[in-house]
Ligand binder design. Structure first.
Ligand code: ADP
Length: 254
């Protein structure tokens, strides 16, 4: 049986995937000798110490490493939430290292989907409203936003929960809602920061399967920061960091 992701793409190819994106494996992200220093008083921490990395479109990359090795710093830079101290960061031809705040805001709004450990859903909104929000912020009409949100809610298996509020959902359901929200505006890049870190093992497994499906079918470029060996194994590429540097970069056999 076809998975829900491929079924959805076949059913409405232009309404979900970016046109041509499924066949397009060209580079999306290029980091060249990126540094990020934090200085307080006399002390400087080299949170990133010369990171160079190329990530292709539709790659599913897990990033792991001990606490303090620079993972959050790296994903904040990739999400356009921060500027590097040195080096170059290109995402989809946009030079993030030199982009001004207005360009970074546009970039985040249009190109990036974020998934956090603690879901960050709006408690006063139901599932459908939470998932629609990125589209409404882009100026998409309420009717189209709702239609596209409904597609994504189906994709993550929450059709029966669409009208439920956040407090009526399990942790796993909240994270699946957050994943639907991260994908709904068809970003080129989805970044998930410890997406299973706050879930029981059953919910973590269902979220991991969803990420594997999304990453495995090339629906978007997916970067997941994780301590979980299972999530790292599910990814097609595993980047390991230590002390602000990349110390391992391996691809799975398949
Ligand atoms: P990780 O996500 O792998 O735990 P971080 O990227 O959060 O690592 O941190 C990398 C290093 O940078 C750590 O030594 C951390 O203490 C330091 N650091 C991170 N953010 C700041 C900040 N805003 N100010 C000062 N030091 C920071």
């Amino acid at each position: 049986m076809k998975s829900s992701v491929s079924a959805m793409i076949e059913k409405s190819p232009r309404s979900f995937a970016r046109r041509g994106s499924l066949a397009d494996k060209t580079g999306l992200i290029s980091l060249k000798n990126v540094t990020r220093d934090y200085t307080s008083g006399e002390r400087t921490v080299h949170a990133l110490d010369g990171v160079s990395l190329e990530i292709a479109r539709q790659e599913f990359v897990a990033i792991s490493g001990p606490s303090g090795c620079g993972k959050s710093t790296l994903i904040h830079l990739l999400a356009g939430l921060d500027h590097p101290t040195g080096g170059e960061i290109l995402v989809d031809s946009l030079a993030l290292h030199s982009a001004d705040d207005a360009a970074l805001t546009q970039f985040r709004r249009r190109q990036v989907g974020l998934v956090f450990q603690f879901f960050n859903l709006l408690p006063t909104m139901n599932v459908r409203e939470n998932v629609s929000l990125p589209l409404l912020l882009q100026g998409v009409s309420p009717a189209e936003s709702e239609e596209r949100a409904t597609q994504l809610i189906d994709l993550v298996g929450l059709r029966e929960r669409a009208d439920h509020f956040v407090h009526q959902l399990s942790g796993g359901e909240q994270q699946r809602t957050a994943i639907a929200r991260a994908l709904v505006h068809r970003p080129s890049l989805v970044i998930a920061d410890e997406p299973t870190g706050n879930l029981d093992s059953h919910s973590a497994a269902s979220v991991m399967q969803l990420l594997e499906k999304i990453g495995g079918e090339g629906l978007t470029t997916l970067i997941v920061v994780t301590h979980s060996v299972e999530v790292a194994r599910a990814a097609s590429r595993h980047v390991e960091m230590r002390d602000g540097r990349i110390v391992g970069d391996s691809r799975s056999a398949s």
